[in-house]
Design a protein around this ligand. Structure first.
Ligand SMILES: NC(=O)c1ccc[n+]([C@@H]2O[C@H](COP(=O)([O-])OP(=O)(O)OC[C@H]3O[C@@H](n4cnc5c(N)ncnc54)[C@H](OP(=O)(O)O)[C@@H]3O)[C@@H](O)[C@H]2O)c1
Length: 280
């Protein structure tokens, strides 16, 4: 099996490539240096030359706030870029993995979101990721769409790294306590992706680490596990305005993973502990 991974310079793409290598699966890891997703000819040329059996599409425009003011650039990458890649996958009869997000939902539900729940993105980023999902569904029959949330990985910027940096600089930190979700370690998600691509159990899935918390709970646990004494002060979302509206509820039900025989990801506290040890 030969796998093409996009977004290698980012968090998830890097760990998917590492996991494939660890399993002895042939992997072509690409980022902007190899080809620009938004350029149809560039995509066709590169992918045509590699002829992968599977494409794991981790590259995306992920700057959620910036996207509110630069929707065209976000659309170009998340919709046109995805279309370019999944059309090529279809031509080559390759399996296609598209990584999506909790931002496709409006965040108003009080329970975890099921895979088939009504979507209602509230941001440019969320709308483009949903449109990307739809393009994949309509273009490439052999697809896995995996919605995840609150991602942290070794390669790239994320909430954990920001908290660890600020924790060393400040005595107190104000962190939002009324938005809930499940942190997700890219290493754990990469394992699941590598399990999935070896099956033909196509469809849409939710995948995050198990358990859930608020951002303030998450920050508290980061400080505790890193041995930092910084005090985390819980604040409400209204006290922390941002350009893009954040979902209040980002919890995703993983029932479909279990129903299809996939191993759910470990608990988020366990993932965080390993991450802090591995990145020290
Ligand atoms: N981060 C999260 O909390 C989160 C939550 C839910 C879902 N997701 C989804 O999970 C996936 C992986 O996220 P991540 O955090 O690993 O992302 P990331 O670290 O931001 O990496 C994305 C990569 O895509 C590359 N890219 C952007 N535009 C490109 C283009 N035109 N051509 C080729 N490459 C391009 C980026 O390069 P540059 O940096 O040079 O632009 C970057 O290396 C994404 O689909 C994201 O939407 C992420």
């Amino acid at each position: 099996m030969k796998v093409l991974v996009t977004g290698f310079a980012g968090q998830l793409g890097y760990d998917v490539a590492q996991e494939l290598a660890a399993r002895g699966i042939s992997c072509i890891a690409a980022d902007k240096g190899e080809f620009d997703l938004t350029n149809t000819e560039s995509v066709r040329g590169f992918v045509g030359a590699c002829r992968p059996d599977v494409i794991v599409h981790c590259a995306a425009y992920t700057a959620v706030d910036k996207a509110e003011e630069d929707s065209a650039a976000c659309y170009k990458v998340n919709v046109n870029g995805t279309q370019n890649l999944c059309s090529t996958a279809k031509e080559m009869q390759a399996k296609f993995v598209y990584i999506s997000t909790d931002y496709v939902f409006d965040g108003e539900k009080s329970e975890p979101y099921e895979v088939d729940d009504v979507t209602g993105p509230q941001t440019v980023y969320g709308s483009t990721k949903l449109e990307g999902e739809n393009r994949v569904r309509h273009t490439c029959p052999k697809h896995f769409i995996i919605r995840t949330a609150w991602v942290f990985g070794k390669n790239g910027n994320n909430f954990v790294k920001t908290m660890l940096r600020l924790g060393k600089e400040r005595e107190t930190l104000n962190v939002v306590c009324d938005q809930f979700g499940s942190p997700t370690y890219t290493k754990d998600l990469a394992r699941l992706i590598c399990d999935m691509i070896q099956t033909d159990k196509y469809g849409t899935y939710h995948a995050t680490n198990e358990g859930f918390c608020s951002w303030a709970d998450f920050a508290f646990e980061i400080m505790r596990k890193a041995g930092l004494s910084t005090k985390v002060v819980p604040i409400s979302s209204s006290e922390y305005p941002a350009k893009a509206k954040r979902p209040m509820n980002s919890r995703l039900s993983k029932q479909k993973l279990v129903d299809n025989g996939f191993t759910p990801l470990p608990d988020w506290q366990d993932a965080l502990e390993r991450y802090i040890k591995e990145t020290e």
